[in-house]
Design a protein around this ligand. Sequence first.
Ligand code: MN3
Length: 203
Amino acid sequence: MLELPKLPYDYAALEPYIDAKTMQIHHSKHHGAYIQNLNDALKGHEEILNKKTLEQLLEDIGKIPEEIRTKIQNHGGGHLNHTLFWQIMSPKAKKEPTGNLAQQIKKVFGGFTQFKERFSLAAMSRFGSGWAWLVVKKGKLEVLDLPNQESPLTQGSAPILGLDVWEHAYYLKYQNRRAEYIEAWWNVVNWEEVGRRFGLAKK
Ligand code: MN3
């Protein structure tokens, strides 16, 4: 049985950028539902998580038994995506990446400002529900936007930064103003954690 991971900070910690009510519902209800649905889907198939992690299952979805494949993609993806999302945000966020990650962002996108524009555009232009991602693919940084709870792992990419642009992530505070939510979110990105994930993905 998988359990809902605890948030590494209080629900109100990301105010004023992300409000406490949104965080509470998003974590306890939405992420909670992915966990519950994932556990339901795994009933009778518990053995698949003895041999592989959920990450490994999503990297090679063709090997997941067909009768539960779509559910594992949706709810397993939802679980991993949100787990990453909580970790790559922090109330003590620094405004910019440092070290090797900063250098690679400059090399690939031309600079941090250009990267932010590129990523924000991906987040804005994702039609309907989905995520914008910064991933490492074959050692190189890339920006992606993917629908629903599709995991970058399924595309052979390691996610290091993700922005949830489902309406449940911002509607209470920002209503239809997705651009304002994206702009505010940059203030809470935990670049230390993104840099740590970059270091792991490069290996
Ligand atoms: Mn969400």
